[in-house]
Design a protein around this ligand. Structure first.
Ligand SMILES: C[S@@+](CC[C@H](N)C(=O)[O-])C[C@H]1O[C@@H](n2cnc3c(N)ncnc32)[C@H](O)[C@@H]1O
Length: 181
């Protein structure tokens, strides 16, 4: 399914004819046509960075097809003619696209109705519109004190408006110092 790169160099490259046979075998149509009918995504380190907005967009698609590379990656013609887009899960290089595809699936699937025990969990969480795109506020549970590390008093107050406002403030603060929490 892969071969040495034209022009020389290290690694093995996923063949375009083999990818075509795999896609035809699975969908029964020309992969060029497939790309026009559904989102066909190639996982690549240099692709569009996966974020909550993209995960939300993909969660509204009826179906997705995800292509994963290994070794040196894809023959460029796969990216040019079969994949409609490239997605990266971060600016680092994994050995293969399988884990990247699973990360993408998880981020997308948890947005589907019924995936979470409490639908509200996905409404107000890091990067959501409800939190103005900021990281989530801190959470605490019992015990209220552990080794002198106490829970912020406001959370024990039962005062919903104050709690809500404290959470907003914390979330905004984290947004301003992004990457430091
Ligand atoms: C070793 S990588 C190939 C790296 C490629 N030669 C390059 O320099 O960009 C093998 C495969 O892993 C997947 N992969 C690796 N890192 C990834 C990332 N950060 N996001 C998405 N996919 C990734 C891709 O499918 C890629 O074709």
């Amino acid at each position: 399914m892969d071969d040495t790169p034209f022009g020389g160099g290290a690694g093995m490259v996923l063949r375009v004819d083999v990818m075509e046979a795999a896609l035809r075998g699975r969908y029964g149509i020309d992969p060029v046509e497939l790309r026009a009918r559904r989102r066909v995504i190639a996982m690549t380190p240099g692709g569009r960075l996966l974020d909550e907005q993209l995960a939300g967009e993909l969660s509204r698609e009826p179906e997705l097809t995800i292509l994963c590379g290994r070794y040196e990656g894809f023959d460029e013609r796969i990216l040019d003619h079969f994949a409609g887009e490239q997605i990266s899960i971060g600016r680092y290089v994994l050995s293969g696209g399988e884990l990247a595809a699973m990360v993408l699936c998880d981020a997308v699937l948890r947005k589907l109705p019924g995936a979470l025990g409490d639908e509200q969990s996905a409404v107000q969480e890091s990067f959501s519109a409800a939190l103005e795109g900021n990281p989530e506020y801190p959470h605490y549970t019992r015990p209220a004190d552990h080794r002198g590390w106490s829970v912020p008093e406001v959370l024990l107050s039962g005062h919903h408006a104050r709690i809500e406002s404290w959470r907003r403030e914390q979330s905004r603060g984290r947004g301003e110092s992004e990457g430091s929490c």
